[in-house]
Write a protein that binds this ligand. Structure first.
Ligand code: 5GP
Length: 113
């Protein structure tokens, strides 16, 4: 069974976060401990713990996460100079929060992600 994380509470506005975007599929908010000048997390509203838990039924959500990441990169003014998208999966990748998320990192990294 999937266990809710703090991200579910952010999605439901039960705890504070700097939310930049939300629709029926995804929520995007600034990382509380940024690794780059622009560091935004794009999160599916449904709880998917890791990339290992995706299936074909998640295809539209996953595509939407990337589209929204690109939109936020443009809105944040980092799209022309460049940015990276990162998904950590499980402990060897350093995943801390077991609710799937894309890191949007714009500008030079302040520390390793
Ligand atoms: P992971 O290592 O799981 O890929 O990344 C989790 C990210 O979530 C980290 O960059 C961490 O700083 C961020 N994070 C953890 N707790 C919170 C929180 O309560 N609020 C926000 N906005 N970000 C968080």
């Amino acid at each position: 069974m999937s266990v809710e994380t703090i991200f579910s509470k952010i999605i439901r506005h039960e705890i504070a976060a700097d939310i930049l975007y939300q629709d029926k599929l995804v929520t995007a908010f600034r990382d509380i401990s940024p690794c780059a000048p622009t560091h935004v997390l794009i999160v599916p509203n449904v709880l998917i713990p890791t990339l290992n838990d995706i299936s074909s039924r998640h295809e539209s959500i996953l595509g939407h996460m990337i589209l929204i990441a690109a939109k936020i990169a443009k809105d944040e003014g980092v799209s022309a100079d460049g940015y990276r998208l990162v998904i950590n999966c499980n402990k060897n990748a350093g995943q801390e929060i077991y609710h799937l998320h894309v890191h949007l990192l714009g500008g030079l990294l302040l520390r390793p992600i």
